[in-house]
Design a protein around this ligand. Sequence first.
Ligand code: FAD
Ligand code: NAD
Length: 471
Amino acid sequence: MKTFDVVVIGAGPGGYVAAIRCAQLGLKTACVDKWQDDTGKAVLGGTCLNVGCIPSKALLESSHHYHNLKHNFAAHGISVTGAKLDLATMQKRRETIIGNLGQGIAGLLRKNKVTSLCGHARLLPQNQVEISLADGTKETLQAKNIIIATGSTPVEIPSAPLNGDTIVDSSGALTFTRVPKRLGIVGAGVIGLELGSVWSRLGSEVVLLEALDTFLPAADQQVAAGLRKSLTAQGLDIRLGARVSGTRKKGKKVTVTYSDAKGEQKLDFDRLVVAVGRRPVTDQLGADEIVLERDQTGRIPVNAQGQSNLPGIYAIGDATAGPMLAHKASEEGVAVAEAIAGQASKIDHDCIPGVIYTHPELAWVGETEESLKAAGTKYRKGSFPYLASGRAQGAGETEGMVKILADSQTDRILGVHIFGAQASELIAEAVTAMEFSASAEDLARTIHAHPTLAETLHEAALAVDGRAIHF
Ligand code: FAD
Ligand code: NAD
């Protein structure tokens, strides 16, 4: 039986990063993933690379260019006639990016001497891992430590069962070969808004049916309201308090029945995307047989070092608690690898940025006004509009704002919320500041290059103390 210091199950952004870090630390490491393409070739990178972060961002970029070409370039004095969409090329580009990055991960695993295996892994007693390989054979590995990084999969709902044709999940919505004339999306969460934006920009009439009465309840409600207004103006029809009760295939279309404050309603769509959240993939791991604890949602509870209830078995990423985000999975992977190597390592779960890659983008870190009020924390806030930024004016990106929330006693930054162009990039400065326990005054005294969008953060920090210069 082959023995390893660490066997990582899953080669998504949690698993492959954990495996590389383990190898860097001198641990003999194997990384197992069951994912194969249609030709039986091993697929690395997990949800994030293959059906998540990367393909969605590729399509968001492409569709944003198309939208700008049709609607925004004229204001810059650039006019184009005969612009047309070549969806096949757009989709090919998405596939090429995934392929290239997948090869990159394979190269990184090789370079770091991680043994990469393709097969379904199952936990056995005494830290053994049984792998069912693609050719039907089985191999058992002995591991001193096991890192479970098995990720998540879309939640399915009985009222809208997937049929791979008219009703699909997010993976299906990334691979449409035709732009649906009418696209319904169940769930106005992150996936609904991002993929709704993609297809709306490419010409679909998009309706989002969201069960809750509140739009993006986890986000700061002031910036969330800004995003909702903007997306509505872009043509996304966001219906809150809409509970889908059934779907019926009608020829090549699907009829959706839902109820809201006005009663029962019916809508016809060419395609329906179900994007109502994701659930952890921990059910075919043999967890119950070895008495590995899981919570009601299937997530594996872990301690501050990422260790489960069983010694030597760790869990990271979407398979465990916290936001289902690629960067959270990767950082947990690094922290667990270092803990296994005997280093003191942990990540700051209060400082994980979240981004919604619509246009404008929404990005945040830390507390919202709502969470601070609920906790009774006294805070001061400073905000600054993109409209007052010279760089935003030059870029034609004047929609949006930055808001900084700081402790009213200590001035320590507690939360930063950005709704505007490049928010995903700008939030990194806020995360760094918060990791260093910066005060709003620290940011206010930091020199920012002019003209940049980052100056909006600088001005918002000044505004916390009522001394913004340009607003
Ligand atoms: P995964 O990436 O899900 O990887 C788990 C791997 O484990 C898979 O490859 C699977 O095949 C393998 N596996 C499972 N069980 C077994 C087993 N028993 N044996 C062997 N292998 C197994 N996050 C962001 O931070 N930014 C974004 O922009 C973003 N966009 C997204 C867009 C979409 C459409 C979706 C669906 C998700 C997006 N996410 C985004 C979320 C992100 O993809 C996940 O949080 C991230 O992939 C989780 O990483 P992970 O390593 O925990 O799991
Ligand atoms: P989500 O939790 O963001 O949104 C799901 C939405 O569906 C919620 O608003 C929920 O109230 C609603 N909903 C649930 N059941 C419903 C029902 N029966 N009818 C109507 N609405 C219903 O989940 P998601 O958008 O599916 O994304 C899944 C995960 O993937 C998220 O946790 C997210 O972190 C991750 N993700 C991240 C990014 C990013 O970081 N930019 C992008 C995509 C996905």
